[in-house]
Design a binder for this molecule. Sequence first.
Ligand code: PMP
Length: 352
Amino acid sequence: MSQYWSPAVRELTPYVPGEQPREQLVKLNTNENPYPPAPGVGEALRDYATDHLRLYPDPTSKALREALAETFKVASGQVFVGNGSDEVLALAFQAFFRHGAPLDVPAITYSFYPVYANLYGVELRKHPLNEQWEIDIDALGADTNRSGVIFANPNAPTGHAHSLAAIEALLERVTDRVVLVDEAYVDFGAESAVSLIDRYPNLLVTGTFSKSRSLAGLRLGYAVGSEELIDGLLRVKDSFNSYPVDSLASLVGIAALKDVEHFEACRERVITTRERTHQRLEALGFEVLPSKANFVLAQHPGYEGAQLFSGLRERGILVRHFNTSDLNNFLRITIGTDDEMDSLIEALETLL
Ligand code: PMP
């Protein structure tokens, strides 16, 4: 604690990301994609050093926004880009959620939301999940005194996804404030709410290149919404006097978007491996939550989460264990390659 810190910073509990080991481990702890990005990304990287590196980036990221607009069938003015969706989320908190009323959020969801809430002075109203570990979407936005609604769909770390119809029902109820749907994992089997943005000017959908596009190292994320909302994000962003994203991220992002075939093949592989892993974990006695993301959340009635986490770590396998009372017994396991999942299952067989 320092006297120099402002009060909001004194209260801050920084987000602790999963370990990023440099040693050879089967790394199933931070929901990265086990497959390489599209082959075109390699070519883009080579061109980058010779043709782009010495120049300042386009301050409007026009080409990248246009590529995203084409992908999502929206206008480029409805697209915002940032350094990872984490940055986009931070800007959204600043632009939309500081109305002096609580922000509706599921009690179990992406652990960065409380960090931003703390940092930007936004009070959270946390809604418990139901007995199936699903977000109680009817409870979100039910109280009219609120600064907005935020949730991840599929949710993290549970993997459950709500249908488009359920999200639409929420949007019919909440029209005066922003509803932010974080779609970091949507490509692994959930329906995207992007198709609703023309009808709901208060809907902001965020997404990332880190998961289904295999580009977590790049830090590239985006938001899609009405021009009114994109303008709100730009106002906050421009106040920092910096470019939306650097030219490397733009070039590589565009190359990744272009290769639809690679994208489809990759996500299908992850989905197939996820379903197989789900069944194999169940066969070992785990309770596994049905997931539409690139991870599964699982607990074993006979073992503590921390115990299994350390046992796997000793066997060279890194998964995620959350030290919170509600999730203490669970492991969140990222879906890797089939070989990596075989190693996980073998290690668990020796442990149980
Ligand atoms: N939203 C959710 C739900 C996430 O799990 C993550 C990644 N941990 C992010 C957003 C941020 O992704 P990125 O900053 O890599 O785009």
